[in-house]
Ligand binder design. Structure first.
Ligand SMILES: [Zn+2]
Length: 330
């Protein structure tokens, strides 16, 4: 039995069933389309406290939608046997998420959930969905972070492990593939793009690419350095995602509107400028503050809400790679 067979078997009734459009109720829900909310999501590793309570829905096709507003983005694929989600939204929004899914899909069960990473805004309803029988899939290291208490340096506190029902029931190292309702789905590790356990999820037939927090077209890009995210990893990930996509791909970040692959290139290119500057400053022995003072965030193609936080996080991320950045950095 090969890996693909195992994955298909674990998804049970999803496999081989045909894609089924959302219900009439979904069409009503979809009439309130507002996918470009700039309100911050619930508090978590990636954002400010939630001030929004208005869920909104963006239809990408008659079977695929992005739910946002109450949570970071949740991608929903409807199949004849149930729903497949990418990410489960922020903590405290489980009831609202399930209500929205009921309106959207007429009570279909969530059969499978893929987490793009382990942060709270992506795993808030994992426990409820896991208890209800959903297969939960994530990169192996993301499962470790969900299953283990850990320190959060930015908040100077310890985070308890999630309850066992929230833990992924299938993990992978480099990636995997499956078929759900006739849709070919691929997912792959994005090494150190934002944490050490990020992945993309590509609905290949529908040409929809969920990228989690590996791309951030609206908010400042976040590097969770304590969990292994660093600038070089993010650059590699953005380049890989750009190659994976084409000019018609609908790219779904963890937060913000659906974008095209040009947004991936734009983020890659501005981060490349910052990376090059930072490596040059490292050669000169600069601290993070020295880099800010020297203008590392000046004259860029986009602006940052909190450039100081970004530079400090990026600087800490470079610690682990100082012997590989360039031949003349000790
Ligand atoms: Zn995140």
């Amino acid at each position: 039995m090969d890996r693909r067979t195992v994955l298909q078997g674990a998804l049970g009734g999803l496999v081989g069933s045909s894609l089924v459009p959302f219900t009439r109720a979904a069409a009503r829900a979809a009439s309130n389309v507002s996918n470009t909310s700039n309100a911050p999501s619930a508090s978590g590793a990636d954002g400010a406290p939630d001030t929004s309570n208005a869920p909104s829905l963006k239809r990408l096709s008659d079977k695929i939608a992005v739910l946002s507003g109450l949570t970071d983005n949740v991608l929903v694929l409807s199949t004849g046997e149930g729903l497949l989600l990418v990410d489960s939204g922020s903590p405290g929004h489980t009831g609202a998420l399930l209500d929205e899914l009921r309106q959207l899909a007429g009570g279909k069960r969530v059969r499978a959930l893929i987490n793009t990473h382990w942060h709270p805004d992506q795993t808030g309803s994992n426990a409820a969905l896991g208890k209800a029988g959903a297969t939960i899939i994530a990169q192996h290291k993301s499962r470790d972070w969900m299953a283990t208490a850990h320190y959060i340096p930015g908040e100077d506190r310890y985070q308890k492990a999630l309850p066992q029902a929230a833990w992924p029931t299938q993990t992978f190292y480099s990636g995997g593939a499956m078929t759900a309702g006739g849709e070919h789905i691929e997912y792959g590790h994005l090494l150190a793009a934002h944490t050490e356990g990020d992945c993309y999820v590509y609905l290949r037939d529908s040409n929809v690419l969920a990228v989690g927090h590996a791309a951030s077209p609206v908010r400042d890009p976040q590097l969770d350095w304590f969990a292994g995210g660093w600038l070089g990893g993010r650059l590699d990930a953005l380049a890989r995602l750009y190659q994976l996509a084409n000019e018609r791909t609908q790219v779904v970040p963890a937060y913000g509107p659906v974008v095209s692959r040009s947004a991936l290139k734009a983020e890659h290119d501005v981060l490349q400028v910052i990376y090059t500057r930072m490596v040059d400053y490292l050669r000169k022995g600069y601290s993070a503050q020295d880099m800010l003072d020297a203008g590392v965030m000046k004259d860029l193609s986009r602006t940052w809400a909190d450039p100081k936080k970004f530079v400090y996080d990026a600087f800490k991320g470079l610690w682990g790679y100082q012997d590989t950045l360039a031949p003349n950095i000790v």
